[in-house]
Unconditional design. Structure first.
Length: 333
């Protein structure tokens, strides 16, 4: 029984990975300038095809790789938050993490112009961490209620949004359009330097998150059981929370506010492979990457020649999904 379940989970991971590759190939092929799939393959294996080579390697490929990395980062960040708080309504944007990261990043871009973009994820991570600390302090009342965390997080997100708009209005006028497009959650115009900025964060913190997968699985059994099994509960929660903040901050620092991705991907992952976090984390990462690829493809193709930010589509799907989860928990409770 256990062996068959493990085999099924491995097949799901392989299937999602192949689906991600196939969708990526379609993303490379489709656009305002359509490129036949055979030319896509020839370009990727190093055959120079002039204009196709330029479009694919300089514009579309870095954008697709950024979507994969950002989608995986937000999905794993949401998975870790839901595991730590033990609340399926938790996600980086709902708890104010991405709002704090966005406010900090906009402050950096408007007040400290001329600095390298490599600092943006670091600044965003600091803003995300401050938002989480404020949320925890305000939610603490003889312990932390998960519902208080969610409600305060929603209020904190609104406050961070207002601060972000104030910074945008008071900042240099020439940055307004660029920052506003970034705030909506867009990977439009992503170049190789942005991929280089976010890749180290993903390469470090997703593997580190997997090291705490067993700990998160144990914590799903309840605090008393986890402590009885030797869990270092408070220490592991702090570490996992820091990993979640780092991933969300890095993603927001590059792509802005891509809402609800960290909420949807963990739920889909748990439906596919159960509650073992050693499986949920990689499946959520692949699911988040696929969702953002599809959202970005929809933004490029549905309203041509306009390029709609991917965050518009993730919010359009994620908001009803959040309401569904909220009412479902209310009925169960």
């Amino acid at each position: 029984m256990i062996k068959s379940r493990s085999s099924r989970s491995i097949m799901i991971i392989i299937g999602l990975f192949l689906a991600m590759i196939v969708i990526s190939m379609f993303c490379l092929s489709l656009g305002s300038v359509g490129i036949p799939m055979n030319e896509v393959f020839r370009t990727l294996i190093g055959q120079n095809l002039g204009s196709s080579d330029l479009i694919l390697l300089n514009f579309r490929l870095p954008r697709i790789l950024a979507a994969i990395l950002i989608g995986a980062a937000l999905a794993v960040s949401g998975t870790l938050l839901q595991g730590v708080i033990r609340n399926p309504l938790a996600s980086p944007d709902i708890l104010g993490v991405t709002g704090g990261a966005s406010a900090a990043a906009v402050a950096f871009m408007t007040l400290f112009t001329g600095y390298s973009i490599h600092w943006v994820p670091v600044v965003a991570m600091v803003g995300a961490l401050l938002a989480v600390l404020i949320n925890y302090v305000l939610a603490w009342k003889r312990g932390v209620s998960t519902y208080r965390l969610v409600l305060i997080g929603i209020g904190l997100s609104a406050a961070m949004g207002a601060l972000t708009m104030f910074l945008l209005i008071s900042g240099p006028a020439y940055l307004a359009a660029q920052v506003l497009n970034w705030m909506t959650g867009s990977i439009y115009g992503t170049s190789w330097k942005y991929v280089q900025v976010i890749f180290p964060w993903i390469a470090v913190f997703i593997p580190l998150s997997l090291l705490y997968a067993k700990e998160l699985t144990i914590q799903t059994l309840g605090e008393a059981t986890a402590l009885g099994l030797g869990s270092r509960l408070q220490f592991s929660r702090v570490i996992v929370l820091l990993y979640s903040v780092a991933l969300a901050g890095a993603a927001v620092g590059v792509a802005g506010m891509i809402s609800f991705l960290g909420l949807m991907a963990p739920h889909i992952a748990r439906r596919l492979v159960g509650n073992s976090y050693s499986l949920v984390i990689p499946v959520a990462a692949l699911t988040g990457a696929i969702l953002l690829l599809l959202a970005d493809l929809a933004g490029r193709m549905l309203f041509m020649p306009l390029d709609i930010p991917a965050g518009v589509f993730t919010a359009g799907i994620g908001a009803p999904f959040f309401l569904y989860l909220l009412f479902k928990r209310k009925r169960v409770g």
